[in-house]
Design a protein around this ligand. Sequence first.
Ligand code: ZN
Ligand code: ZN
Length: 345
Amino acid sequence: MRPEELLIPTPAGLYCPPADVHVDPMRPVPRALITHGHADHARPGHGAVMATPETLAIMAARYGEDFCRERQPAAYGETISINGVAVSFHPAGHVLGSAQILFETRGFRAVVSGDYKRQSDPTAAPFEVVPCDLFVTEATFGLPVFRHPDAAEEVAKLIDSVALFPDRAHLVGAYSLGKAQRLIALLRQAGWDAPVHLHGAMVRVTEVYRALGIALGDTPQVAAPKRKDMAGAIVLCPPSALRELWARKFPDPVTVAASGWMRVRARARQKGVELPLVVSDHADWDDLRRTILDTGASEVWVTHGEEDALVHWCGTAGLKARPLRLVGYGDEGEAEPEAAADAPA
Ligand SMILES: [Zn+2]
Ligand SMILES: [Zn+2]
């Protein structure tokens, strides 16, 4: 069958005509399947929402309990038939609850991967390769310059810096959903057992992670009057907060940012980031290509990001590929520092 019989790009997002569902729709639709909780994928106002229980919990915490009319939890690996299309959710390794969605009908398999990474993450189930005929991928870091190092080594640089500057607070700009909790878990793995302080914007999502069983240790919210006494502390905040008055109340703060974009040192300098950490929740150039090959797909659709570069590479690998140029994605969890307003969490 032609892939377009199973999935088509529409202004509202990817649509599966036989199942009559949209994936990560940009505007309210009757039936939505949601890959994960980042704001550019998970929006409020749909009729029925099918997602993993974790993603549903994250959406409820961010948007309120009435974020949709009806919730339909889908556990990883469970197959649900929708109008004769077999639909199942599989771990994407991106943030807690993130999923790739497999559509299968008449022997044809299409996977919409949402956002994903192959690096290990103590807060997310590891990415699972789902063999398919059509693989739909993003390409945020789809250029050879983007190679993400081992995240544990990047976090070790943060701990080293605290040892070197014990009188300074370390303010780490990181996104509220996913990146912040991954950093906390990596700090714990590296032996940091002191509190990891949180900006108020990160507290609610972090509590959802904890309620879903992710161990994060002591993560107190920073109280305003205490900011001047935070020598030697590690404080996580939204990237935008680094440039606000809030940040200047700390003792001689070291400005840290954790993002895949920090690979471009000029960009880090431009943003006034003293300690750039290359920690990304997206696949880098090598992992994008490896994943496409691992799925065995003969056709690849690229939703957003560096579409042209990845589509070109697919051609050189003998794969049919097309850019979808979907407008409205650009990951909340990894948006460029200056562009990102933090989530309403
Ligand atoms: Zn995302
Ligand atoms: Zn995204």
